[in-house]
Design a protein around this ligand. Sequence first.
Ligand SMILES: O=C(O)CCC(=O)C(=O)O
Ligand SMILES: [Fe+2]
Length: 353
Amino acid sequence: MPKMAKAIDIAKPNYKFRDYGINLEPILTLEFNDPKVVYTIGNEQPVIIKNSGAVDPLLKWDLSYLEKHMGSQTQAVYSSSSHNFKFYDEHKPQQFGLSNIPFQPPHSCKQMTIKEFAKAFKGWKPGDDRLYLQNSLYSEGVNAKMLKDFQSINWGWFVQQKCLHGWGPLTSNLLLVSHPGCLTPAHYDEQNNIFAQLHGYKRFLLFPPMMMKCLYPYPIYHPHDRQSQVDFDSPDLSKFPRFNELKGYEAILGPGDLLYLPNYWWHHVETSSEGWDQCVSVNFWYKASPAKNIEFPLKGSQKMALSRNLEKLFIETLKNVDEIEEMWQAMVLGRYLQLGEEKKEEQLEDKTA
Ligand SMILES: O=C(O)CCC(=O)C(=O)O
Ligand SMILES: [Fe+2]
């Protein structure tokens, strides 16, 4: 008797993600030719773009293909004993002239050739440290075949977005290769991003810039600058009470999908823990457009930039981060922020009035 092909259950999604009990709505999803795509990007709202075909020449970029066609240059590979890969930059405090900030990196960064990475990645078993390759693509690091793949994507569409929305230059393309379940915790970037999913599934939890108030970013001089201090797996609500009010959007990306991720939007990115043994993505980071005609009220992204600039001014002028708290408090408490007791009394009066 001929062997029957195993039926694929198409009703069952080929992915699985963690549930944090956060208030989430599905993100807007549009077909490539829908005129609303350009309009939505122009309004700095995130959107999934389906069936674009724009990155089809890259869909064959799985780990075996990368191993065959990338050179012997080393790549940045993060290695973590947990599923969590919270970005850090150990040199950040020095950039502000600060040297004594105690910091323990949560995971390490190694330099590996693609062959070394593929061997370690494929030999991974539960209990081993997880690996996450995150390296900028550059033409000398790939062979002629991979370069041709990259040149064959629909650059016309990318250039069109850049011109229509007045973005600055394309700064880099990060190649990302992750194990099932890997997590890039909530953070924002200071660039526009067209994120292309190539192999496997990823889920983005997205939050508008001013959700900063529920996500409590680290101070800007800290190695974890731009990252949320809240651990979504076990949020410390006594320290971060407004995390409970967090509201956002969910975007699940599969092979060939594009996500437009605006400048300063928060994102928490998880690789599916089931269905795929590897996940490959490439992003397209574009410098934000220089502000021309500023309109009021300011947009969330502009308020975030303002808040970063104020922080910077305080740190660089005081030259001592221990003085910042007293200064902030003196400026706002009882002036722009009601004192705790006054607030309670007012709320009581409101209720009894
Ligand atoms: O895919 C990931 O894990 C993180 C991607 C990301 O944060 C980005 O492209 O800005
Ligand atoms: Fe990011």
